[in-house]
Design a protein around this ligand. Structure first.
Ligand SMILES: Cc1c2[nH]c(c1CCC(=O)O)Cc1[nH]c(c(CCC(=O)O)c1C)Cc1[nH]c(c(CCC(=O)O)c1C)Cc1[nH]c(c(C)c1CCC(=O)O)C2
Length: 413
């Protein structure tokens, strides 16, 4: 049918060709450390990036924000790419990835909910979902190209500007975390409203969670097509759920996203970039389950001991009895890598404390991740606004030094 429309055939084959031409994420990169580490490989040092690295602790970001509203920054490709590159420029040679400047809440916006960013209060939904019938207010079908094309534009422009210096990470929020915002109407202490949904309307909650997961899948696939070279799913509020509720209301949707993104890309013959999952606060009880959720990398917060996480991955991949059911091989067939996990508050404590805590995080004899590869250094959550940018430099330099020392020296300690 469509091929009868003049010019359509050409357009279709063009789109097809463009998709076919989609590169492997590491192609053209001057620094592919993070891609190799994400695939479980040994690296000459641990690659490093920082959650929320483009943000309020940077004076250059605050300067842009004086002139422009938060979501304007997200929607304007020039501004979003500029902000994305700010930390790469400032910490030249010290950061091994950029993350596209945007927010997890662009997905609820795309679904039809209004979200404002209130100064010093954070996100606010003027009309949150109060009960299941409110779901009818959401768009039935979300066209991600139409609603979120501005993110894809920002990714394309940022890739151009980065010119292969470091890879670009795309991201989305996890279904449970997004549902929590959509129902609470903003940040929350106890998540009473969102949890009321889970306990009072479990089936409707699952429907909503799956709907969000499907949009996240389309959104992540679109980001890869636009040039994202790794993807991270942020489940910032995973730790608010009991172990059993996490396995009922969060984990299945994290799995769904990983497998659907892999399927969708493979159908289009597009190589799947490494997938990272960050389920904050849930790993104390569910690390083996998250390790086998279909991601290449599991992000850890600071409540998990690095050496213990290493053991969980090791044991499950060599058929150890402790976690026999957990296969630590992801779908790409390599051992799951780990990311994390310095307490962001360490960055307030001065150079000596930063050096000491980096040593603890990385040296195996101190309980750290060690030098066995398959490790991406990060904080255990986002960097906070009050951090001195100079402290970040001290931190990054310490990571380079210590991780270079331990790298490959599996039994150095
Ligand atoms: C929960 C969450 C949100 N957003 C995000 C999460 C998950 C990560 C996490 O748990 O920290 C993710 C996010 N938000 C932002 C990014 C950009 C890329 C990056 O540098 O990491 C990313 C990856 C920019 C932002 N998103 C926001 C800012 C600051 C807003 C401002 O400039 O006023 C930035 C730079 C606003 C935002 N957006 C959100 C909140 C709660 C807030 C307000 C408080 C805060 O800053 O943390 C929702």
């Amino acid at each position: 049918m469509s091929s009868k429309i003049p010019g359509m055939q050409h357009l279709q084959s063009f789109t097809h060709r463009k998709e076919k031409e989609c590169q492997r994420p590491e192609e053209g990169l001057k620094n592919d450390l993070i891609i190799r580490a994400a695939r479980g490989q040994q690296t000459e040092r641990a690659p490093c990036w920082i959650m929320r690295q483009a943000g309020r602790y940077l004076p250059e970001f605050r300067k842009v924000r004086e002139q422009h509203d938060f979501f304007t920054c997200c929607r304007d490709a020039e501004l979003a790419s500029e902000i994305t590159i700010q930390p790469i420029r400032r910490y030249s040679g010290l950061l091994d990835a950029a993350i596209i400047f945007s927010d997890i809440l662009v997905v609820p916006q795309a679904m039809g909910l209004e979200v404002e960013m209130l100064p010093s209060k954070g996100p606010h939904f003027p009309a949150p979902l109060v009960e299941p019938k409110d779901v009818e207010r959401l768009r039935k079908k979300v066209d991600v190209e139409k609603e979120l094309g501005y993110v894809f534009d920002a990714i394309r422009l940022t890739r151009k500007k980065l010119d292969g210096e470091v890879p670009l990470i795309g991201f989305c929020g996890a279904p449970w975390t997004l549902m929590a915002y959509m129902v609470e109407g903003g940040g929350s202490k106890g998540f009473e409203k969102a949890k009321t949904w889970l306990f009072k309307y479990p089936e409707e909650s699952k429907e909503l969670l799956q709907r969000i997961a499907d949009i996240c899948t389309d959104f992540l696939v679109g980001q890869v097509k636009a040039g994202a070279q790794l993807l991270q799913v942020f489940d910032s509020w995973a730790g608010e759920l009991s172990p059993s509720d996490f396995r009922t209301f969060s984990l299945p949707y994290l799995r769904s996203i990983a497998s659907s993104v892999r399927d969708a890309l493979s159908t289009r013959s597009i190589p799947c970039p490494p997938l990272i999952v960050f389920a904050k606060g849930a790993l104390g009880h569910s690390l083996p389950e998250v390790v086998k959720a279909g991601y290449d990398v599991v992000g850890l917060d600071w409540t998990v001991e690095p050496s213990v996480a290493r053991r969980v991955v090791e044991l499950s991949s060599c058929g150890g009895t402790a976690y026999k059911s957990a296969s630590a091989e992801n779908e790409a067939g390599h051992k799951v890598a780990l990311q994390g996990n310095l307490d962001p508050a360490v960055l307030y404590a001065g150079n000596e404390a930063i050096e000491r805590e980096v040593e603890k995080m990385i040296r195996a004899k101190k309980g750290g991740f060690g030098g066995g590869g398959g490790y991406i250094c990060n904080l255990g959550h986002g960097i906070t606004p009050g951090v001195d940018p100079e402290a970040v430099k001290v931190y990054l330099k310490a990571v380079h030094r210590v991780s270079r020392e331990v790298s490959g020296a599996k039994d150095e300690e």
